[in-house]
Design a binder for this molecule. Structure first.
Ligand code: DX5
Ligand code: ZN
Length: 213
């Protein structure tokens, strides 16, 4: 099980990124919000481009924005492994997928708690990852929505039955208790559970252990 650390809600972002850089966390999950897709507006591109000064980790970028297409050129200059966009954006999803692929960046589609998991099925063979939102996008520190667990299991079955390699990432409210129910995922994003702990490495190790079959 891989772990992505979200620093949404951190007071001192450079400090948190430096601390995460010396752990064995797999990805830094960056939440970008445009004030339209979600209420908050954070992490504009001029701030985002500073992140590699503080960490060498691969980046997992979660775009909670209506128009992600125009951000891809700048993101491609960074150490980006995944760009995740939502199903209900204003840009054409196929164009977003195509542009990310052109840069050799892996693409994820995020499915919100109020969206059926089946809505991502038509894209499964064109994308690299599904980001299953286990909270309503917009805020850190929310409670995990338990209905996400059967959604993840269903998605895993679909991926297996179609012999695909699409990865599953789970984002929101992940903690030591629910991680054991998330073994069907490939990656877990964790914000508050890591940030609120005294020892980042210890928390990352424990989360991985809880989520491993
Ligand atoms: C929610 C974000 C998540 C969230 C994760 O909009 O996409 O990445 O910040 O943080 P926790 O683990 O605190 O829910
Ligand atoms: Zn996120």
């Amino acid at each position: 099980m891989k772990i992505g650390a979200s620093f949404l809600g951190a007071k001192n972002i450079p400090n948190v990124l430096k601390k995460l850089n010396v752990t064995n966390v797999d990805y830094i999950h960056i939440d970008v919000m445009d004030g339209k897709y979600v209420k908050k507006k954070i992490m504009p591109i001029n701030e985002l481009i500073n992140i590699p000064y503080y960490t060498r980790k691969r980046l997992d970028v979660h775009l909670m924005v209506l128009k992600p297409l125009k951000l891809i050129d700048d993101l491609a200059t960074l150490n980006v492994e995944f760009i995740n966009v939502h199903l209900d954006i204003k840009d054409n999803l196929d164009k977003v997928i195509e542009k990310c692929k052109k840069y050799g960046i892996k693409v994820g589609i995020a499915v919100n708690p109020n969206q059926e998991i089946e809505s991502v099925y038509p894209y499964l063979d064109k994308i690299d990852l599904v980001l299953v939102m286990s909270v309503v996008p917009g805020l850190p520190g929310q409670e995990f929505i338990p209905e996400s667990i059967p959604k993840i299991k269903k998605l895993r079955e679909e991926i297996t039955s179609r012999n695909l390699k699409t990865l599953i990432n789970v984002d929101g409210g992940v903690n030591f208790l629910n991680a054991k129910d998330l073994c069907d995922a490939d990656i877990l994003v964790s914000g508050s559970t890591i940030l609120k702990s005294d020892d980042f490495q210890d928390t990352i190790t424990k989360l991985r252990k809880c989520a491993t079959k």
